[in-house]
Design a protein around this ligand. Structure first.
Ligand code: SF4
Ligand code: SF4
Length: 208
């Protein structure tokens, strides 16, 4: 799941130069995170109206990053064609996909933070750094690339105090990795020396 948070409203308003705005939400991750589902889209519409914008309509796509037919979106949402700009309440993937299809400016209402997940009621952030070469089992399922502040594959750095990272307020990922491997009876994994990451495996070209 993509973890996103809403931008501050004043920032959204500062970016939106246009008058006629259509709002698009996302029924997947953004809805689950409660930052771009129907209630948030409706609330955003109210706030923008109060700020003087003309809201030409709104919709929540089943998945903003996966749009089989833009023509279908247009036929179901005539307000799009009457708009000067779109405000998209999804992750950057959805904003970019819609920007390719819409012939008008598309503004993001969210900031995309990380690739995470959901366990029960808990939203988990930064579970994966999308390195293209997954070895997370060696770390007991706790990815040091995304969860160690220094991204250390051969940790720990030695700076943790009482289990807290020296860089930020989070628990030291390597402390957690140790505890998890101990629980799994796999502490021998800590003896593996990891070569530097092969960064050519990480997709950055933007090609599909
Ligand atoms: S090892 Fe790479 S692919 Fe696997 S969880 Fe970590 S960043 Fe993601
Ligand atoms: S204290 Fe732990 S989480 Fe923080 S940078 Fe060092 S090894 Fe990584």
């Amino acid at each position: 799941m993509i973890i996103s948070r809403q931008k501050e409203f004043k920032e959204i308003l500062r970016n939106l130069n246009e008058w006629n705005i259509f709002i698009i939400g996302c029924g997947k991750c953004a809805a689950k995170m409660r930052v771009g589902g129907e209630p948030e889209v409706i609330e955003m519409g109210k706030k923008l109206r109060r700020a003087g914008k003309n809201i030409t309509g709104w919709t929540v796509l089943s998945s903003a990053c996966s749009i089989p037919s833009w023509e279908d979106v247009l036929s179901c949402n005539p307000g799009v064609k009457k708009s000067d700009a779109l405000l998209v309440m999804s992750c950057g993937g959805g904003v970019s996909a819609i920007s390719r299809l819409a012939g008008i400016t598309v503004y993001p209402a969210l900031d995309t933070e990380s690739l995470g997940g959901v366990c029960g009621d808990e939203n988990l952030k930064e579970l994966c750094g999308m390195c293209g070469e997954c070895k997370v089992w060696i770390f007991g399922g706790i990815c040091p690339i995304s969860q160690c502040s220094k991204g250390l594959l051969n940790g720990p750095c030695g700076g943790a105090v009482d289990g807290k990272c020296e860089v930020d307020e989070r628990s030291c990922a390597w402390d957690e990795i140790y505890k998890k491997l101990e629980k799994l009876g796999k502490l021998e994994y800590l003896e593996i020396i990891h070569e530097p990451k092969d960064h050519t495996k990480k997709e950055r070209s933007g090609k599909v």
